[in-house]
Design a protein around this ligand. Structure first.
Ligand code: SLL
Length: 172
């Protein structure tokens, strides 16, 4: 295929984790979750303000800590879109929900639409369960809503995309 010369396309996205400690009120430990698990958490990749990214990002593989059963989690946009059919509120994120007790580094591998010709890209993200501000005020702010969030805003650059992929990128 031919590339579109001199053209750069940027697509913003967010990835990261949101963690909440178990408590007796709004986040009780579900039945069957081991007693040493202290938090529920999720890791995700999604568009800014839940905009669609499934047209350019086709699959995300999350590699969790090996202590977690089935620690390689692969999520296909196709599968989410099928599950979305006929639903009012559509799932826009690649997301894994888990529980646990410890922090660790998550490897996030992004797979693009095959027409892009782009190789998969790997991101690294540290799962945060505990507030990590420098001051008590920063930590308190981070505990707001009982959540510890660690989110990274990124822009995906497609440099001189193939014509066919350029059409996909710009017809949304
Ligand atoms: C630590 N280096 O020692 C880290 C390892 C591993 C966290 C943290 C297990 C969850 C499960 C879990 O939370 N592992 O058993 O499903 O802090």
């Amino acid at each position: 295929g031919k590339r579109v010369k001199g053209v750069q396309i940027y697509r913003p996205f967010v990835y990261g984790t949101t963690a909440r400690p178990f408590n007796d009120t709004d986040n009780p430990r579900p039945a069957g979750v081991p007693l040493d698990h202290t938090h529920s958490w999720q890791v995700f990749v999604k568009g800014i303000e839940d905009t669609d990214i499934f047209y350019w990002l086709r699959r995300v593989q999350f590699k969790l800590h090996e202590s977690i059963p089935n620690h390689l989690r692969t999520i296909d946009a196709e599968t989410i879109m099928k599950e979305n059919e006929g639903k009012g509120k559509k799932q826009r994120a690649f997301v894994v929900n888990e529980t646990g007790w410890g922090e660790f580094e998550i490897t996030i591998k992004l797979y693009y639409d095959s027409k892009s010709g782009e190789k998969p890209q790997t991101l690294y993200h540290h799962l945060r369960l505990h507030p990590y501000g420098r001051t008590e005020a920063e930590k308190e702010a981070m505990r707001n809503g009982g959540e510890v969030i660690a989110w990274t805003y990124e822009e995906q650059l497609f440099n001189e995309p193939f014509e066919e992929f350029y059409k996909i990128l710009t017809s949304g």
